[in-house]
Design a protein around this ligand. Structure first.
Ligand code: UD1
Ligand code: UDP
Length: 358
């Protein structure tokens, strides 16, 4: 069996790392990188650290408006599919690379497998919601990370090809956290940043909904933390850097340690040792939950509703008052986390087996 996998953005490299390892045992996988993310610390670092095979194709699409970026990917992926003639096209998540891959394959009648199917925010203004809804509706295999995701698909009339595999990000955390903890080069990040475990909050920000109105409110709040620990470590996504620098110039950086994006192994160490995570990232809010680190999600809604049980993940509106209140006064309840909804850490193997058995 031949599978073409299309990836392009940071979280997709992480998800692909565990599934590719499972697939490699029994099939030919041709990896296609759209080039959506291209900085060393947004792309190559993940291939180097996580043992992902070098992509057979890098389409070099780069940044652009949603339509232009998706259109360029569509054209270039179609050429690859015509040449490679795979049995299946595999995509992850909800980025423009996901939709372009699924659409190119669907139009050539190549079956699409979607990992992380069925996630919904029910906010159609989000580019990710558009990408995931459209991808799900043209997929043959829909691998849901949770029961909720499968129920979401059912509400849209999709039941054929749906299975609950569990979440591949749980597989990757379980595997790579140990790898990171045993790598002195990676654990040295605490000395390099001059921070101590559990004496900082960890924040990331990259979504248009968070950043479009400016970052002043968020930066002001980070600076206002007076309860220890005050320090906020902020590995900044390249699209947010200019906005964060502008806001910091206006509001100061009393408590903020602004750093470049880090590799996944260092990120797992920073997350597991944080006393609190504050983020608009889909992946990070879940990783915080896996590692039992309380999270404040800087969004109006979340696709990962299971994480909200027992205040382990709390949504905050983008107002100074709400962020401050939630960050300072949320107390998670250990007994109320509920049953593990994200599977048993073997989602990748289940997905590989399902694809190989047809
Ligand atoms: C994309 C995904 C988002 C995902 C995120 C993961 C879409 C619509 N969005 O958002 O779902 O959560 O990736 O990180 O697909 N840039 C660089 N260097 C890079 C990559 C990006 O400088 O290596 C800058 C460019 O200015 C670019 C901007 O970041 O215009 C946005 O990048 P893009 O890939 O379009 O969207 P993300 O915000 O990264
Ligand atoms: N991540 C990373 N380095 C960073 C920031 C994030 O490795 O500097 C990882 C993070 O641990 C998670 C993934 O990137 O696994 C999340 O990606 P992102 O927030 O960019 O996208 P989303 O999950 O929101 O789609």
């Amino acid at each position: 069996m031949k599978i073409v996998t299309v990836v392009g953005a940071r979280p997709q490299f992480i998800k692909a790392s565990v599934v590719s390892a499972a697939l490699q045992k029994n099939c030919t996988e041709v990896l296609v990188h759209t080039g959506q993310h291209y900085d060393h610390n947004m792309s190559d670092v993940f291939f180097e650290e996580l043992g992902i095979p070098k992509p057979a194709y890098n389409l070099g699409v780069g940044s652009g408006s949603h339509g232009r970026q998706t259109g360029e990917m569509l054209m270039r992926i179609e050429d690859v599919l015509l040449k490679e003639k795979p049995d299946v096209l595999l995509v992850y998540g909800d980025t423009n690379s996901t939709l372009a891959g699924a659409l190119a394959a669907s139009k050539l009648h190549i079956p699409v497998a979607h990992v992380e199917a069925g996630l919904r925010s029910y906010n159609m203004r989000m580019p990710e919601e558009q990408n995931r809804v459209l991808t799900d509706h043209i997929s043959t295999w829909l691998f849901c990370p949770t029961q909720t995701a499968a129920e979401n698909l059912k509400k849209e009339g999709i039941t054929k090809g749906v299975s609950i595999s569990g979440d591949v990000m749980l597989d990757s955390v379980l595997h790579f956290l140990k790898v990171a903890q045993n790598n002195p080069e990676k654990t040295a990040i605490f000395d390099r940043l001059q921070i101590q475990p559990k004496k900082y909050r960890l924040a990331t920000l990259h979504r248009a909904e968070t950043t479009d109105g400016g970052l002043d409110a968020i930066i002001r709040i980070f600076n206002a933390f007076e309860k220890l620990p005050q320090l906020v470590v902020l590995p900044i996504h390249p699209r947010t850097r200019p906005l964060a620098e502008e806001a910091i110039a206006k509001c100061g950086f009393r408590n903020i340690k602004l750093i470049d994006p880090v590799g996944y192994l260092e990120m797992l160490l920073l997350t597991s040792n944080a006393c609190q995570v504050m983020t608009d990232s889909g992946g990070l809010q879940k990783e915080a939950w896996f590692m039992e680190v309380p999270c404040i999600t800087l969004r109006q809604e979340t696709e990962w509703v299971e994480t909200l049980n027992g205040n382990w993940n709390v949504l905050a509106k983008l107002t100074t008052e709400d962020i401050y209140e939630k960050a300072m006064h949320t107390v998670p309840e250990p007994a109320a986390r509920g049953q593990m909804p994200f599977g048993d850490g073997k989602a990748s193997e289940k997905i590989a087996a399902a694809l190989l058995n047809g």
